[in-house]
Ligand binder design. Structure first.
Ligand SMILES: *Cc1c(COP(=O)(O)O)cnc(C)c1O
Length: 362
């Protein structure tokens, strides 16, 4: 049985090796006579998996000791409201940098808790680019600045994160976490749903400066929506998504075996390079959505010269075993999501298909 060339945007491809390991252990995990799904979340066997996942995240992302790593539920979408619920006080203003639909959603949620303003937006450029650091309107009175490191739908990515943000910075890294090294110390909070680069859906990774835990707004925040609740109990305050965390742990081991964050960066640049090269050498047959200096190494977005040709491309791609190439319903066109687990082979096969399709439909 062959594996599909899976370019799904999320949930997305998982490493075959990881799935095979999980298959072997499915009915009898570690000699327990039970699946990991059937273990108590208070058992030693599960706790080892849980703690190993947290320590691998710390190691692979080089998270400093003054940060807490939390494994939560509710997806990145819950973080859109959980962060302002705890950290945007009534008399304060949060600064959102808009680079796509996910940042718009984050901004909207923050508006439920306090004042917001838009420090920069590239909406009028159809989100084809990331604003330069200088374009961001910075005020020392901002409560925090929020960015989206990779824009899954538009296919743009902050090339540089190592900025001296003027106030504490929060980042949604859902679609590029652990795809490259990141300067964690530049951010007060980083969050990401696991289902793109780290594992299956159901678990959300939050990396947060410990000092923030003492600054939460306590009145009115439900217990489960306070970060301190989870930090105090090592993300075991209530039943965690144990199977998703088990898979996360396996994917983290796989990332470690493949060179960690640096290894992923190298692999991802090579994969993205294969596809962008076809686009750039196609004499405009394929038109990339993102401006070259803002291109994402995770989501390659492009259009053909007409909607009919887009449809023909997608239809023939599907017949040839390529899955998930439709652009997001809000922007259309084509998108190849090439997260960590998507293989170089899949990208090379797509490249060949794109070249042949151009030859036949020039
Ligand atoms: C997928 C995605 C989200 C939404 O994640 P959920 O886990 O579905 O809530 C948020 N932000 C970005 C950048 C994403 O790619």
């Amino acid at each position: 049985m062959t594996r599909a060339h899976n370019f799904n945007a999320g949930p997305a491809a998982l490493p075959t090796e990881v799935l095979e390991e999980a298959e072997k252990e499915l009915v009898n995990f570690n000699g327990t006579g039970m699946s990991v799904m059937e273990l108590s979340h208070r058992s030693k066997e599960y706790e080892n998996v849980h703690n190993d996942a947290i320590s691998l995240l710390k190691e692979l992302l080089q998270v400093p000791d003054n940060y807490e790593i939390l494994l939560l539920q509710g997806g990145a979408s819950l973080q859109f409201s959980m962060l302002p619920a705890n950290y945007l006080k009534n008399n304060e203003t949060a600064n959102y940098v808009l680079t796509g639909s996910w940042s718009e959603k984050a901004l909207k949620e923050a508006g439920n808790f306090g004042q917001t303003r838009i420090g920069a937006t590239t909406k009028e450029d159809h989100y084809k680019r990331i604003p330069s650091f200088d374009e961001i309107d910075k005020k020392s009175t901002d409560s925090y600045v929020h960015i989206t490191s990779n824009n899954t739908i538009y296919g743009t990515q902050w090339q540089q994160l190592n900025h001296d943000w003027h106030v504490q910075a929060f980042a949604d890294m859902s679609s590029d976490i652990l795809s490259r090294p990141i300067p964690v110390e530049r951010f007060s909070a980083i969050y990401a749903g696991a289902q793109k680069n780290l594992g299956p859906s159901g678990v959300t990774v939050v990396i947060m400066k410990k000092e923030l835990l003492e600054q939460e707004r306590k009145e009115g925040t439900p217990t489960l929506l306070r970060y301190s609740t989870h930090a105090e109990k090592n993300s075991l305050y209530h039943t965690p998504p144990t199977f998703a965390i088990y898979m996360l742990n396996k994917v983290l081991h796989w990332i470690k075996r493949h060179g960690g964050a640096e290894g992923m960066q190298e692999r991802n640049e090579e994969k993205a390079g294969l596809l962008y090269e076809v686009i750039d050498n196609s004499n405009g047959f394929y038109k990339g959505h993102a401006e070259p200096e803002s291109r994402s190494r995770m989501n390659v977005t492009f259009n053909l010269r007409s909607e009919e040709l887009n449809q023909l491309f997608l239809q023939q791609a599907k017949q040839n075993g390529f899955v998930g190439l439709n652009g997001h319903r809000s922007v259309g066109g084509c998108r190849a999501s090439i997260y960590n687990a998507v293989t170089l082979d899949s990208c090379a096969a797509l490249r060949e298909f794109m070249i042949e399709f151009q030859q036949q439909n020039q």
